[in-house]
Design a protein around this ligand. Structure first.
Ligand SMILES: NC(=O)c1ccc[n+]([C@@H]2O[C@H](COP(=O)([O-])OP(=O)(O)OC[C@H]3O[C@@H](n4cnc5c(N)ncnc54)[C@H](OP(=O)(O)O)[C@@H]3O)[C@@H](O)[C@H]2O)c1
Length: 343
């Protein structure tokens, strides 16, 4: 538990009032600090991480996603979802968290000095992790866990296509922790990284195509969707299952919606195709991930960090689709930390 300074009334945050390119729509502003009521807590953010969905909310593309984020402009002015930090205020109905607790979890408005969300969005930070690492355990880690747990069994051959990114780097470690023999597909420069995460076999997609190889897999998690579903299913064993996971491309209006619809239909027609992969973070996932991290089975992989004012650059980098692990935004807490140690 950390000593807590008085909560200020205003804070620095990244805001956006329209959709568009991160460098055109994101700016640093001073806005009010949110206030915790009922079961909510206010967390002083030390670090926030970026996942592919944040990019969608900032750009407003694919346009169909605006049904969830706001039709004409973003419903939440402050983007971002995943954070780690210190609890500085609690609502009167909060029972499980105290001020000073170091936590990680999800919320709306992560790219800010303070966030406010229901207490069940946060769990205690594993003591040995830095705030940057803990912030990386977000939506992507939670989705990787939901897509693999209960589906992958010990001894199975599992292939992760798109193994080195924000979601893939967690998926390799989780599949390994579930007892699978993991084959990771990535580009040449990431081969060593995915091996160090636990992959037994590595396929370099720039020189080899796993759909044309002779190896067959019990489970494929496809984060890249660079082949048709039927072609990818050819790499499965007779009882194998393909879990398509959105993919990184798609048109401006509907994005990968056609893949989502096709997987929904195909999953009704064949047991070898799992249904759509859209997952939302849950407390039980954060708790399970914390256990895996404390057991040494999972370690968040950080590609690089950017200070809060450079969030637009960080998001743009994630949008290039080749992050090695997770990209993290650090919030400068130096002044406030000084106040805490002298108070
Ligand atoms: N189900 C959910 O709720 C959920 C949650 C989060 C994310 N997602 C989806 O998961 C997917 C991956 O997310 P992410 O965070 O890992 O993205 P990311 O951090 O941008 O990583 C993308 C990965 O794709 C790899 N890649 C690019 N082209 C490839 C190819 N031709 N063959 C194989 N791999 C290729 C990249 O590897 P190299 O750098 O080596 O090229 C990189 O590892 C996205 O489609 C995202 O929308 C789903």
């Amino acid at each position: 538990m950390t000593a807590v300074a008085a909560v200020p009334t205003s804070m620095k945050a990244i805001v956006q009032d329209s959709y568009g390119r991160p460098d055109q729509v994101l700016r640093l502003e001073t806005i009010p600090v949110p206030v915790a009521t009922g079961d909510e807590v206010v967390v002083r953010v030390h670090a926030a991480s970026i996942h592919v969905g944040d990019l969608v909310s900032i750009q407003g593309e694919p346009v169909i996603a605006r049904l969830a984020t706001g039709l004409r402009k973003p419903r939440n002015r402050v983007p971002g979802t995943d954070i780690a930090g210190t609890v500085v205020a609690v609502g009167n109905a909060v029972t499980g968290i105290r001020t000073g607790d170091e936590v990680f979890g999800w919320c709306a408005g992560a790219f800010a000095e303070y966030v406010c969300a229901a207490e069940d969005h946060f769990v205690p930070k594993p003591a040995h992790l830095s705030f940057e690492q803990a912030a990386a355990v977000g939506v992507s880690a939670s989705a990787a866990l939901q897509l693999l747990r209960g589906r992958v069994r010990p001894g199975q051959k599992v292939l992760i296509n798109g193994a080195s990114g924000g979601l893939g780097s967690f998926a390799v470690q989780i599949a390994k922790a579930l007892g699978a023999e993991v084959t990771a597909v990535c580009s040449t420069s990431n081969m060593g990284t995915v091996r160090s995460l636990g992959a037994t076999h590595v396929i370099d997609y720039t020189t080899d195509d796993f759909t044309l190889g002779s190896e067959r897999y019990d489970f494929i998690l496809d984060n890249a969707a660079n082949h048709s579903l039927s072609r990818t299913r050819r790499a499965l064993t007779a009882d194998g299952v393909l879990q398509s996971n959105n993919g990184t491309s798609g048109g401006r209006w509907f994005g990968t919606m056609s893949t989502v619809i096709t997987t929904a239909i195909m999953s009704r027609l064949t047991r070898r195709q799992a249904g759509p992969s859209i997952k939302f973070p849950r407390r039980e996932d954060s708790v399970a991930l914390k256990s895996l991290i404390e057991a040494g089975a999972v370690t968040p992989l950080i590609d690089r960090t950017y200070p809060l004012p450079e969030t637009a650059r960080a998001v743009t980098y994630v949008g290039m689709g080749h992050a090695r692990g997770t990209v993290v935004v650090t919030v400068d807490t130096t002044d406030r930390d000084k106040q805490e140690t002298t108070s």
